[in-house]
Ligand binder design. Sequence first.
Ligand code: C5P
Length: 238
Amino acid sequence: IRVAVIVVAAGSGERLGQGQPKAQAALGSEPLLVHALRGVLAAHVAEFLCVVVPRGDVELRAVCARIDPSIRTVDGGSTRSDSVSNALAVLPANIDAVLVHDAARPLTPEEVFHRVRNALEAGAQAVIPALAVVDTIKTAQPSTEREIAPEQVHTTPQRDVLRAVQTPQGFDLATLRAAHEAASMFNDAQAAAITDDAMLVESQGVPVYIVRGSELSLKITTPIDLLIAEAMLEGPAA
Ligand code: C5P
């Protein structure tokens, strides 16, 4: 199969608090996006690589050109899902499948890309890497991470059925395009509630398969995550 990789790097980085797009934040001596792109290139899975950057951002475009001049860049949208749609619109005609990867996961090991790609090659329409959940998870009122007020627990899902989902998420291209097409009818609240591509595909009744993710594939969201990633870069591999 011919695979395109879409790296979404158009997030604002508000929760990281550095006053710059998250993909520009430094990890060691390079921006997060450089680490993420090196991971994608080292995995040798991409026939075509597209990076979604914040609208008008010249720095991240320059980063892409420096890493590999053949990388295509497109402007992001107001939600993650809009950003992915913008990239889906520019893929070449001969592509069969797409891996959507977060620039916010700079240390994803090559094996994870391979596991996702191999499952697609074996015929899966949708594949996501995930890990078992270690915390007990409760449900409560909708909130953002920063605004947890005293509140009442709603339910406690059984922990052994929960999975923490990572990227790259892999899809048959026609399947992902159809799911994004259906989502274009969503109102703003519905659109904002879409936190990954697999959700869109699930809502179309497509089976989504899980392969093993990696503890190394952490997502950089808040400052503590950057500290952990710095330690992972310097120290012996976990
Ligand atoms: O916001 P969150 O951390 O869930 O974002 C996950 C990934 O989606 C990040 O790599 C971010 O750059 C990307 N994103 C995007 N466009 C948006 C929002 C997020 O490309 N509008």
